[in-house]
Design a protein around this ligand. Structure first.
Ligand SMILES: [Fe+2]
Length: 430
């Protein structure tokens, strides 16, 4: 039991249930408790004071009534908080409801063959525990297969909406990938496609991609997948400058069909989260790591360093078919002088060379056969993968095989609904 006299009653913060320890309260006291609450109508004066604080030892809770409560709440309104949660908040600085997610760690692919279970369609559709296993596997391994999918147009959307709403795009609610002559999109040809992320030219590419095999080619056309996170980790070990280049140099991506769709974005290949400690934001991962180490006198192991890097990975933006011409991204500098004495064109060429060198190293790591997962999908198979981590490609197949072309039907689910489903199922089953 937490000593009542040390109850960390809240002081100031900026959301309804954010508190920081500042004073003490005893059972039944009328001690002042101040809390900021955001409210559109009283934003400028959103300080709320406790009218009464009741501590209930048997239930280990504290119940608060407020002066000047939020609009819509009457005199009888109370707020009940768990004392253990308040104590935890005092020690961690995290406030109730703001704890970060506790998702399982992402597991890098290795030379050992991936041993992933298949998920039969009926079980996946009817059993939430099966759905959870698949959703969790998308987090840990970035790849999963549903089998025995009915050959109906609606089957794919049914699989997707078990996770979340389908992400509609200009390709449609669902879309078909088939061999057609003179196609405008690389995916619609019969050549060997390179590894790529879909919809890189969107600011928020879809998180989960689903591909339902409606019809397979007689020869070739196998689907191939690569773990881009594993390639990033290995690039970090092999060549930190190349890693830094891909993590910091902005790259242009585009989809330009002026009569119908013009999309473009700019972002680095290796997309890291904000490398922040307190109010300091670091540009390079090594500087962030160094600062982290300075906060850990006992030292940081190599294993911890890699797990930190993986935690910082937001996504990998890799798609040579969608790269647009390089640019300097120094638009705010005076045109005449960037401080280096170099001409703008010369600086651009140097940056492009540096990036190309790093990109070639990354591409070589992606292509290592011993790290790939290859599977010739049969009709009724549906693959789901993390579009921002697991890069996809397919082997070439025979265009002469015109009577039975490979035919996949695809769709997407965004990251927010995917994470929401993971949280919901985690709470239900863990
Ligand atoms: Fe694709």
């Amino acid at each position: 039991m937490f000593p009542v006299r040390k109850l960390p009653v809240a002081h100031v913060a900026r959301l309804r249930y954010r508190y920081c320890a500042s004073s003490q309260a005893t059972s039944g006291s009328h001690q002042k408790l101040s809390i900021f609450r955001f409210n559109a109508r009283n934003f400028h004066s959103c300080v709320f004071d406790a009218r009464n604080i009741e501590v209930d030892i048997p239930s280990d809770t504290v119940t608060i009534t407020w002066n000047n409560d939020l609009v819509g709440y009457g005199e009888e309104h109370t707020t009940t908080l768990n004392i253990a949660a308040l104590q935890s908040m005092k020690e961690s600085g995290y406030t109730p409801g703001s704890q970060s997610d506790n998702f399982p760690a992402q597991v890098m692919w290795s030379k050992k063959a991936l041993n992933l279970p298949d998920y039969p369609y009926e079980q996946y559709m009817e059993d939430d525990s099966v759905l959870y296993q698949l959703v969790k596997q998308l987090r840990t391994d970035g790849l999963a297969f549903v089998t025995n999918v009915p050959g109906l147009r609606e089957s794919l959307a049914k699989i997707a909406t078990r996770i979340g709403p389908v992400k509609d795009t200009f390709y449609g609610h669902t879309w078909d990938v088939r061999t057609v002559p003179e196609a405008i999109n690389a995916a619609y040809t019969s050549h060997d496609l390179g590894f790529h992320t879909d919809l890189l030219y969107f600011h928020q590419p879809p998180h989960v991609q689903l591909l339902h095999c409606v019809q397979s080619a007689s020869s070739g056309g196998a689907s191939v997948f690569a773990d881009a996170y594993k390639a990033v980790v290995d690039l970090y070990h092999a060549d930190k400058e190349a890693f830094n280049t891909l993590a910091t140099v902005p790259v242009n991506y585009h989809y330009t069909h002026p009569e119908s769709n013009v999309y473009h974005t700019t972002k680095p290949v290796i997309d890291l989260c904000s490398l922040r400690i307190g109010n300091v934001i670091y540009t390079r991962f090594q500087d962030y790591l160094k600062a982290m180490k300075s906060h850990s006198p006992s030292g940081i192991s190599d294993e911890w360093e890699i797990s930190l890097l993986v935690k910082c990975l937001q996504k990998v933006n890799w798609g040579p078919p969608f790269f647009a011409p390089f640019s300097n991204h120094d638009g705010l500098l005076p045109a005449s002088d960037d401080g280096s004495g170099q001409s703008a064109l010369s600086a651009l060429n140097d940056k492009a060379d540096q990036w190309h060198h790093a990109a070639c190293k990354f591409n070589a790591l992606l292509q290592r056969p011993e790290y790939l997962y290859e599977r010739k999908m049969d009709p009724g198979d549906c693959v789901l993968f993390d579009n921002t981590r697991t890069l996809h490609s397919r082997r070439a197949f025979d265009m002469a095989d015109v009577g039975k072309p490979r035919w996949l039907r695809g769709t997407y689910v965004d990251k927010d609904p995917y994470l929401s489903k993971l949280r919901v199922l985690q709470a239900k089953f863990e």
